[in-house]
Design a binder for this molecule. Structure first.
Ligand code: ACO
Length: 321
């Protein structure tokens, strides 16, 4: 059988750092309020010339470097985003063009904050089917461009960035590396709790992010823990077996409450929301790249990923690094 193994990670952040103090000048808010409710201290905001595609390209090149591979080695690109550069062509195909390759296939995947978990699962299935050998799985977002910067209840929460992994099809070996299980869920009946109020077919505009924060919070922990426990049950493992928990970075309180409910020790949780804010589909691969480069995540570690976001969509992936 074939297993999809992560062989390299990379990430990219815009140059412009925006602190909570900077936001105090834009809306009626305070550093203390933002930190206490969310754990966010700062976020990066894309400037001129920085887009989902440019950040995605940089993250992809860094992941290829880390893997010791060339763009020509890639035959599938799945890019998770809710903020593409253009309505079409897909940002994945624009990244493919910038990487200078024209073989294989590439497409975007839209599952908002769950995008990376969905994209990793999708790429895994293509590799397992034999349709592709090496995939770039990218999460890239510029949420700053869909925020209502006059709405303090949302504009303080999000940031821009990109992360990428190279996934390689390998014959299942004794080392047990690779993606072991995925659980994905969606329930569109929650669509009005977190959405963008525009789009090509409805308003002909891009629109702005709208969120009932308390409603999202209320559902988040239960949905996250359900899907993680489903993955644990299918693998016959427990929280004890997990070496690293890398959750979607929406909010420190959601992360802490989920880890606690799952019984995962705090020192096993990778938290980057303080530095990056909520970067939607980019948050997990950004956090993975941080924890790989600082030496925490190492070959052979059991890594748990989970995310929940607009839709609602949610999901979990367990992999042996
Ligand atoms: N600064 C200061 N005050 C604020 C701000 C702000 N930025 N935003 C809201 N407030 C005020 C509110 O107006 C309210 O004032 P009031 O009591 O006078 O009406 C007060 O603070 C409390 O507001 P709540 O919304 O009840 O605050 P809560 O404790 O719920 O925290 C938050 C709000 C942080 C948004 C929280 O609900 C949350 O984290 N929700 C989850 C949101 C999330 O993570 N979404 C993304 C997940 S999915 C994805 O990643 C796309």
């Amino acid at each position: 059988a074939i297993r999809s193994v992560v062989v390299g990670t990379g990430s990219a952040l815009p140059a412009n750092l925006v602190t909570n103090g900077d936001l105090e000048a834009r809306v009626e808010t305070s550093d203390a309020w933002i930190q206490q409710r969310t754990g966010i201290r700062q976020r990066y905001v894309a400037g001129e010339g920085e887009t989902t595609v440019s950040l995605g390209e940089t993250a992809a090149r860094r992941a290829l470097d880390a893997a010791g591979l060339q763009p020509a080695d890639i035959d599938l690109i799945v890019l998770a985003t809710a903020t593409p550069d253009l309505t079409f062509p897909a940002s994945a195909v624009q990244v493919q063009r910038r990487l200078g390759i024209s073989h294989g296939f590439a497409f975007d995947l839209q599952a908002v904050c769950s995008g990376f978990v969905y994209a990793l699962t999708t790429a895994d299935l293509y590799l397992k089917s034999g349709m592709a050998k090496r995939a770039l799985v990218i999460g890239a977002e510029t949420f700053s461009r869909i925020l209502d910067w006059s709405d303090r209840t949302t504009c303080v929460l999000f940031g821009d960035g990109a992360g990428a992994v190279v996934l390689e099809a390998r014959n299942e070996a004794d080392d047990g590396r690779g993606i072991l299980v995925s659980s994905l869920r969606a329930d569109g009946s929650h669509g009005d709790k977190l959405y963008v109020d525009g789009g090509p077919s409805s308003t002909g505009t891009v629109g702005h992010l709208r969120m009932e924060g308390r409603e999202v919070f209320k559902h988040a922990v239960g949905m996250i823990t359900d899907v993680v426990e489903d993955s644990f049950a299918r693998l016959a493992i427990t929280a004890e077996d997990v070496d690293w928990f890398v959750p979607h970075q929406a909010n420190r309180r959601i992360i802490d409450a989920s880890a606690k409910k799952l019984g995962i020790a705090a020192e096993k949780v990778v938290v980057t929301v303080g530095e990056h804010g909520n970067t939607s589909a980019a948050s997990i691969p950004l956090a993975l790249d941080v924890a790989v480069r600082d030496g925490r995540i190492r070959e052979g570690d059991l890594v748990l990923l989970e995310a929940m976001g607009g839709g609602f969509t949610w999901g979990a992936v367990v992999l042996r690094w």
